[in-house]
Design a protein around this ligand. Structure first.
Ligand code: ATP
Length: 438
């Protein structure tokens, strides 16, 4: 939870509060069917599905073919062609192992619910984006922005996925971090290119390795009917390359669709040029799944290493090299031994002071007294804690502590005052780790 919160916090800071052209919003999760009819989801938000004739397990033929052959089938294949391709690829049922499937059909991924006293039909949103479009008039009437400007939102999305799998990669309930960036139609391609490169750079600053990422530009035939351009940023997950996020140039499709459905023109009036007729701005949409990003960050941070222990022998450790700003536990405070009242109470006090000092940055501080110091260092290496602070007998006399740094395994002696000062600034310049926020 804390890792997720840290990712959200850094995202919000990087893409909302550090920019002058972004605002945040929080739209409804349960939404009226008209929204999804207008957005095209009621008719088109479908995946192909086929069912095992023996045990009725449902599989997605396109993903099953990709798993069996290592290559995704052409997205333009008809359902019939997909069925034949699944036969050729010898796709078997993941549950009973048989190879007898029904013909593929379309399956709508919208999650239905009912709402209100009459139990009217409603949908759980499958993406946060449409909430921004349907609130467009309220947003522009409130925030007084000229183009270009963007609206950012973090929130739950629900999809009735046919085969949720691969840990956090595909779940039926997940969090998205989405931006709709509204701009002049003539500037859309420039903004699109900028968002692709900004996001790519940010993902690397967050700790993803350059060779774990690749940009996949969609060819014209693969583009959704509303998109003028789409680029996915893919990550090399343990099961292979998969979409981490997508950036799409959605033109003015959504605002036009919702305008037609609600009978009110969701157009933009240029505040700098009142003579100009209201027009539909174009929109660039960078959309990323928070859970997929957390999964990717965990994958690239995970290291099994050999190091030279204090006794000169080689030893193994498992270390999560998360950026210090992302680490769920920022500081661990360790009394050297657990059965010395003075050490324990000094360490508890220091943990408390560190918590207060670090609280504006949401840095978690843990207190841990059990096991040898070496064992405790390993425990905190494993969860990516960048700094372990040991309180020893000497600390009772000189009010100084030993700070162990996860990445270099170096230890420095530091006054408690100095440690608190650094924690209050949200930094950690007593270490060699880069502590600048991504
Ligand atoms: P996929 O092809 O993997 O189903 P998609 O192209 O349907 O993904 P989008 O509709 O573009 O995904 O959603 C934007 C982002 O939301 C994705 O890039 C991904 O990070 C995230 N996302 C989508 N579906 C899921 C899911 N079922 N579980 C977790 N994250 C998801």
């Amino acid at each position: 939870v804390q890792l997720k919160r840290n990712v959200q916090r850094l995202w919000w800071r990087r893409f909302v509060t550090e920019r002058e052209d972004m605002v945040g919003m929080d739209a409804a999760i349960v939404t009226h069917p008209t929204i999804w009819k207008a957005a095209g989801h009621v008719d088109n938000f479908v995946d192909p599905l086929m069912e095992c004739s023996a045990c009725h397990t449902r599989v997605r033929p396109d993903k099953a073919i990709e798993e069996a052959t290592g290559t995704a089938p052409d997205s333009a294949l008809t359902l019939e062609q997909l069925g034949l391709a699944a036969q050729r690829a010898n796709v078997t049922c993941p549950k009973c192992g048989l190879r007898a499937f029904s013909a593929p059909r379309h399956f709508n991924l919208l999650c239905r619910t009912s709402f209100g006293q009459q139990g009217e039909e409603a949908f759980l949103r499958p993406e946060t984006a449409q909430g921004i479009f349907v609130n467009f008039a309220a947003i522009v009437g409130t925030v007084r922005r000229a183009l270009p400007f963007g609206v950012a939102q973090i929130g739950k999305a629900f999809r009735n996925e046919i085969s949720p799998r691969n840990f956090l990669f595909r779940t039926r309930e997940f969090d998205q971090m989405e931006i709709e960036f509204f701009c002049e139609p003539s500037e859309a391609s420039t903004h699109f290119a900028r968002w692709v490169s900004d996001y790519h750079a940010w993902l690397m600053a967050m700790g993803l390795r350059p060779d774990s990422l690749r940009l996949v530009e969609y060819e014209r035939s693969r583009l959704a009917h509303y998109a003028a351009a789409t680029t996915d940023i893919e990550f090399h997950f343990p099961f292979g390359w998969g979409e981490l996020m997508g950036i799409a140039n959605r033109t003015d499709h959504d605002l036009r669709q919702h305008s037609a459905a609600c009978g009110r023109e969701l157009k933009f009036q240029d505040p700098r040029n009142p003579q100009r007729a209201p027009f539909f701005p174009h929109v660039i949409e960078p959309s990323i799944g928070l859970d997929r990003l957390v999964f990717a960050l965990l994958c690239d941070a995970y290291h099994e290493e050999t190091y030279r222990a204090a006794n000169g022998e080689s030893a193994q450790r498992l270390v999560l090299r998360l950026h210090p700003e992302l680490a769920p536990v920022r500081f661990a405070v360790l009394p050297l031994v657990k059965n010395n009242e003075d050490l324990v109470s000094k360490a508890r006090k220091l943990a408390h002071d560190l918590r207060l000092a670090a609280s504006p940055f949401e840095h978690v501080v843990e207190f841990d007294a059990s096991g040898s110091i070496g064992k405790r260092y390993r425990r905190f290496d494993e969860i990516g804690t960048p700094f372990c602070v040991t309180v020893d007998h000497e600390s009772l006399r000189d009010d100084a502590v030993t700070v162990y740094e996860r990445d270099t395994q170096q230890q420095v002696r530091l006054g408690v005052d100095e440690l608190l000062r650094v924690a209050r600034r949200g930094g950690g310049d007593f270490s060699s780790a880069s502590t600048r926020a991504p």
